[in-house]
Ligand binder design. Structure first.
Ligand SMILES: [Zn+2]
Length: 436
């Protein structure tokens, strides 16, 4: 039979016998999922398809919408010795992620449309998953003058943030929220009051006192969370608090959300997997910003996840080279890599160990919730949606081996951890990009 060019380019895949969990459509059933030409399709379309059909057996696996990590540092341009768009997106695929949102603290800073265009162009050539850039709130992340937020929106950023830095001037932040509202972009904030935190490197508490390390008090986060709640109310616009860590933060956000304030927050795996007791050996792979906190804080984060106060999970994937981390604790840079461990850690801790949420809610926190916040065409398996799919084995037991990671950096404290549950296959736009 004659086929014309378009037809010969058609592709079709059927994922058979998986447990399809699609929280956006309240769907949870064992079924086949059809993909035609990069989009989720109904099964009749695949029967009519003229092309060869690839089959994937998903028996005993979960078929979920592709996971979204909305807090990743890809380090390119400027710091490609730590990570590149190529290596960072391979790490994302290996972690089960089909979409990642990258932070603007590159060199040059992503505070202008041409750097955004550069990132998008590089991603089009080198990335194996979708890369969505954010733009800076302030020029050069200096917290003094606003970046051109309207031009950044036109250049295609999905949010604005000064992540890694925090705007201290509340009046400047108010204007940022007002501009962000005009161009319909959410604002993401790394909450840190510089006067309260000073040169703090670890949680201010028992261990900072015992070890003589400068303390980073929880109030330094909570003061800015409170500021963001006030500005969100004042400007009637969405502010999202990144990587939150403390009892007080959870209480503030719970109370504000109950009143309908447009405030949200994300949790990173290290802040529930570890406490500040881990810093006793001065290993810089336990140094992150905000820092690991006390057990009471971990317990509050778990409760906040369980009751929906904290609605999004993310890695804060922050690669650094060995030579940068292998220095004394005070001098080392903050942060750890996370893309290849986060999903396993959260399934293991939230679903299996602490039983705070079920796997469906966990998938929702990695798909529907970030897609809603950032207004993305992602996070569901609706017919016609881009065929971004993650296959998950929630019972698979595995051991973290950092030397097998795709990331260009090795700064993780989770070497040798035994976890239960992980992504086993990642599909972006109908194309397989990674399989265990
Ligand atoms: Zn941050």
């Amino acid at each position: 039979m004659f086929r014309h060019a378009e037809e010969s380019k058609m592709s079709a895949t059927i994922i058979r016998n998986g447990r399809v969990i699609d929280p956006a459509n309240q769907r949870d059933e064992v079924a086949d999922l059809a993909i035609v030409d990069g989009r989720v399709s109904d099964l009749s379309a695949i029967r009519n398809s003229q092309s060869a059909i690839d089959e994937i057996d998903a028996s005993n696996l979960i078929v979920a919408p592709g996971l979204i990590d909305m807090h990743v540092h890809l380090r390119e341009p400027g710091f490609s010795h730590k990570e590149t768009i190529d290596s960072g997106t391979r790490a994302a695929a290996a972690g089960g992620f089909t979409t990642i949102v990258c932070m603007p603290n590159t060199s040059p800073v992503a505070d202008n449309p041409s750097t955004i265009a550069w990132i998008k162009d590089r991603a089009a050539k080198a990335a194996c998953v979708r890369v969505l850039p954010t733009g800076a709130i302030s020029k050069d992340l200096a917290g003094e003058e606003l970046a051109p937020i309207g031009s950044l929106a036109q250049a295609g950023v999905v949010a604005i943030t000064d992540d890694g830095r925090c705007i201290q001037n509340h009046e400047l932040m108010r204007r940022a929220v007002e501009y962000a509202r005009m161009v319909n972009l959410p604002l993401l904030d790394h909450c840190q009051d510089y006067n309260l935190v000073g040169n703090g490197v670890v949680h201010e508490g028992y261990w900072s006192t015992l070890l003589g390390l400068p303390g980073w008090p929880a109030a330094g986060e909570e003061a800015m969370v409170m500021r963001n709640i006030l500005l969100s109310e004042l400007c009637d616009h969405q502010i999202h608090c990144q990587h939150v860590t403390s009892v007080g933060t959870v209480r503030l956000i719970r109370e504000a959300r109950a009143r309908g304030v447009k405030i949200s927050a994300e949790v990173c795996p290290h802040h529930i997997a570890l406490t500040d007791a881990a810093i006793q050996n001065f290993d810089t792979n336990y140094k992150m910003n905000p820092p690991l906190r006390a057990q009471t804080d971990v317990d509050a984060l778990l409760e906040g996840i369980a009751d929906g106060t904290l609605s999004i999970l993310a890695s804060d994937h922050a690669p650094h080279a060995d030579f940068e981390k292998e220095v004394e604790f005070d001098a080392a840079p903050f942060g750890i890599i996370g893309l290849e461990t986060e999903f396993g850690l959260f399934v293991d801790l939230l679903v299996h160990k602490h039983r705070k949420i079920d796997i469906t809610r966990l998938i929702e926190m990695y798909t529907v919730e970030p897609a809603k916040l950032l207004k993305l065409e992602a996070g569901s398996l609706s017919a016609g949606a881009p065929a971004d799919v993650t296959l998950i084995d929630p019972e698979l037991e595995w051991t973290v081996k950092i030397n097998n990671f795709q990331s260009a950096s090795r700064n993780s404290p989770f070497e040798g951890w035994k976890l239960k549950g992980r992504a086993v296959r990642t599909i972006v736009g109908g194309k397989p990009v990674w399989a265990l």
